[in-house]
Design a protein around this ligand. Structure first.
Ligand code: CAA
Length: 380
């Protein structure tokens, strides 16, 4: 077992750290407050190669491994978890599936600009009645000659308002349950496609989350990814990798909470000395650091399994389950250490808590992760 990062991985980590501190940090709190999408930041992430990190260079990507992706995601999310999720969705949920199962024509037309950050992608699986129960897809895609006609509603779609390309999961054969679901590429501006509602959220407020409406939306049959009926497995396999991205996002928030706590504890004085001199604070910081390192090792293990073409779905579910809990706990502890100052917007820790909570919900709730993990352990 080797715990050393390669020179390339360290360079990516450093580049991401510098970018996040120089370009995202100055505006992160304000964008959160105003619910402003980070257009400039996302454009620069694209220029750095961070929007298609694991896509081969021939398809516009950076040709890097999943470990590099985890390192970059942690650095970006440490400063701005909203940017983290925008980046994660484009990398793990959109570019990944197109690269794995797209046709050459789909790759040239969509993957190349998505991976280069010239287009933004969204992944539309969730519906009002299909959250955890993801196979209960009410959106219908009906074949008509060389086209499919899509009708239905998607909700809670990250990047939805700003996406140029949306991967839409829809039922093509109601009689076949999860085997009757397919995936389609829908382009912004397609007739019958509209953005229905922008959500006001507790956290990750600088990223957009919207409902999408499809009313007789026609897409060419050549925009279907894989065979008819492959859509549910497409979504599940894609989410296996997506969960590594969200675990890394959680890790970033947790690490930011710890760093802020250490800094504050050293300068805040009570009873005549810095609060870092009190064992109550020291033990909280020790527990935070221990849990964060465990979460980081789990996330990197999932990434290493993926990079070496070994089964990684169960490990990515474990990493997300654990890292998301660590993020929420670390943010809560950071607020406690900051006392009253942790509860107001003068410091970032209240944002960390609001951002952390969603990591226990999206890309599969913690309860769904437990289903995935236990099924893997209990199957014959
Ligand atoms: N890889 C390959 N195949 C898989 C798979 C995987 N990871 N998981 C399931 N499958 C296959 C099963 O083997 C099965 O195939 P067969 O019928 O051929 O045997 C088929 O898919 C159906 O699987 P299940 O019976 O396990 O399906 P289920 O209905 O019981 O659901 C579930 C299982 C794990 C709960 C699933 O519905 C799930 O993951 N739900 C959560 C959905 C989710 O994560 N949504 C996130 C939305 S995207 C998002 O959040 C993005 C964002 O905003 C940032």
């Amino acid at each position: 077992m080797n715990f050393d990062f390669t020179e390339t991985q360290l360079m990516i980590q450093e580049t991401a750290r510098k970018f996040a501190e120089d370009e995202l940090a100055p505006t992160a709190a304000e964008r959160d407050e105003k619910e402003e999408f980070p257009y400039e930041g996302v454009k620069k992430l694209g220029e750095l190669g961070f929007m298609g990190m694991m896509v081969p260079e021939q398809y516009g990507g950076a040709g890097l491994d999943t470990i590099s992706y985890v390192l970059a995601m942690e650095e970006i999310s440490k400063v701005d978890a909203s940017c983290g999720v925008i980046m994660s969705v484009n990398n793990s949920l959109v570019c990944y599936g197109l690269n794995e199962w797209g046709t050459e024509e789909q790759k040239q037309k969509f993957l190349v600009p998505l991976a280069a950050g010239k287009m933004l992608g969204a992944f539309a699986l969730s519906e009002p009645e299909a959250g955890s129960d993801a196979s209960n897809q009410k959106t219908i895609a009906e074949r008509s000659g060389n086209e499919y006609i899509i009708n239905g509603t998607k909700n809670f779609i990250t990047n939805g308002a700003n996406a140029d390309v949306i991967l839409v999961i829809a039922t093509t054969d109601k009689t076949k349950g999860s085997h009757g679901i397919s995936t389609f590429i829908v382009e912004k501006g397609s007739s019958g496609f509209s953005i229905a509602k922008k959500e006001k959220k507790l956290g990750i407020r600088s990223s957009d989350t919207v409902s999408l409406s499809f009313q007789d939306c026609r897409v060419p049959a050549s925009n279907r990814i894989g065979e008819e009926g492959f859509g549910f497995k497409f979504a599940m396999k894609t989410l296996d990798g997506g969960r590594i991205g969200i675990a890394s996002q959680a890790l970033g928030i947790a690490q930011a909470s710890l760093s802020a706590s250490i800094q504050y504890a050293k300068q805040r004085k009570a009873f005549g000395k810095p609060i870092s001199d009190f064992q109550a604070i020291q033990f909280m910081i020790a527990d935070m650091a221990t849990k964060i390192d465990a979460a980081r090792l789990m996330t990197l293990k999932a990434a290493a399994l993926k990079d070496t073409n070994k089964p990684f779905g169960q490990m990515s579910a474990m990493a997300k389950l654990y890292a998301s809990k660590v993020a929420v706990d670390a943010a809560l502890d950071a607020i406690q250490i900051h006392g009253g100052y942790g509860y107001i917007k003068e410091y970032n820790v209240e944002r960390y808590l609001r951002d952390a909570k969603i990591t226990e919900i999206y890309e599969g709730t913690s309860e769904v992760q437990r289903i995935v993990i236990s099924r893997g352990l209990l199957k014959d």
